[in-house]
Design a binder for this molecule. Structure first.
Ligand code: SIN
Ligand code: CO
Length: 379
């Protein structure tokens, strides 16, 4: 699989640009043919399961408006010819063939990649100058878009606006992107993309938890796993002299209580992997109506049926003592490393049935019976 990085290897891109500076890659995907068009996107935006937004306005008029989907089809015929953008999140999860595009970005670890957001813009369409907290690859899929960026900017936002749009924006660089061109932006670079003609931008987005996300998650985790276990203790307490004071020794003791949990490698690794297997996941698979027996799973695989991962399933694993601790939407399971690696490779992982012993079969059966994988009779 060739990474869409032009002349750069993944190692060069990561060393020179990732999380550091913008990178324009002309013809990152030469002869790019989008697998869906604006009408398909509008259809998806009418579905309950899809998260969509319709944004209209322009920087000059500062008249931004946002509507959230699901939309009624009639909305699209009422839009004018200019200055609007339809955006849909997680499109690769709704339309499986797009997983092949995401696979081209697997030089970024699975757990750091988020989704494919597709925007369709009319001429002049834009979401305004703004910053994002995540790295993004902005692939021009159709039409021409002008991207302007600024690494130094005034962070003040437009007041009373439903969108996070910068009040002022002075571009430092600008480019016209044609289909197949791609602009990588690290977090917090201000950017403003305006469609010069109707077209689509496909954003391959990443995810990274904030300290607040992690600490909130850790608190919830401990509430389940350690609700009575550890509490602040002060056996060396000395008489209080100044009413109301929390001494710096007491603060240190409180901090150490928190740090005990953060520094407990086993428990915090278990928390972190569990947390990342669900972080920012909009939906989770539901179990199928009928469950399968292990023998039937093995037979199906031996007959050449393949596994198909539910698009909403996220798998992550860590190595411990030569085995994998596999996390699937918050559920942990130990298995062999070859199986964890195979299950995490693509949407249709290849399983070598000659390696499937009773433990691997139990894992596969459980993943199928909990709705994370389907058996697909068509290769
Ligand atoms: C867009 O596709 O219009 C916006 C993408 C972005 O700025 O992150
Ligand atoms: Co953005």
């Amino acid at each position: 699989m060739v990474a869409p990085l032009g002349d750069l290897s993944p190692a060069q891109f990561l060393a020179q640009y990732w999380q550091k500076k913008p990178c324009l890659i002309r013809q990152a995907i030469p002869d790019f043919e989008p697998l869906l068009n604006g009408d398909d996107l509008a259809g998806l935006a009418c579905e309950e399961m899809a998260e969509s937004r319709l944004i209209s306005g322009s920087f000059a008029a500062a008249d931004w408006q946002v509507q959230h989907g699901p939309f009624d089809e009639a909305v699209f015929s009422s839009l004018g010819e200019e200055n609007w953008t339809l955006l849909v999140q997680d499109v690769e999860k709704h339309y499986a063939p797009l997983q092949a595009l995401m696979a081209q970005f697997r030089f970024i670890p699975n757990w750091r990649l988020d989704d494919l957001m597709i925007s369709y813009a009319a001429s002049g369409g834009s979401v305004g100058p703004h910053t994002d907290q995540y790295d993004v690859f902005l692939l021009q899929a159709e039409g021409t878009r002008r991207w302007q960026i600024a690494e130094t900017y005034n962070p003040e936002l437009l007041p009373d606006c439903a969108l996070n749009v910068l009040r002022r924006f002075t571009p430092e660089q600008e480019w016209l992107l044609e289909p197949g061109d791609m602009l990588y932006l690290p977090p917090n670079v201000a950017h403003h993309g305006v469609a010069l003609e109707p077209g689509m931008t496909w954003s391959i987005g990443s995810r990274a938890p904030s300290a607040a996300d992690l600490l909130q998650g850790l608190g919830e985790w401990l509430a389940f796993t350690d609700n009575e276990g550890s509490r602040y203790r002060d056996p060396h307490l000395e008489p209080a002299t100044r009413p109301g004071e929390i001494t710096s020794d007491a603060l240190q003791g409180l901090r150490e209580l928190m740090l005990t949990h953060i520094n407990d490698k086993n428990s915090s690794d278990a928390f972190l992997t569990t947390f990342m297997s669900r972080f920012r996941l909009a939906h989770e698979p539901v179990p199928p109506p009928a469950s399968m027996q292990p023998e039937a799973v093995l037979q199906a695989l031996q007959e050449g049926q393949t596994l198909l991962r539910n698009p909403w399933t996220r798998l992550v694993w860590t190595e411990a003592d030569g085995r994998a601790r596999l996390l699937v939407a918050g559920q942990a399971r130990e298995c062999e490393i070859w199986l964890a690696t195979a299950l995490c490779t693509g949407q249709q992982p290849e399983i070598n049935t000659s390696r499937v012993d009773s433990e691997a079969l139990a894992t596969l059966t459980r993943l199928i019976n909990s709705g994370h994988f389907l058996l697909n009779p068509f290769k």
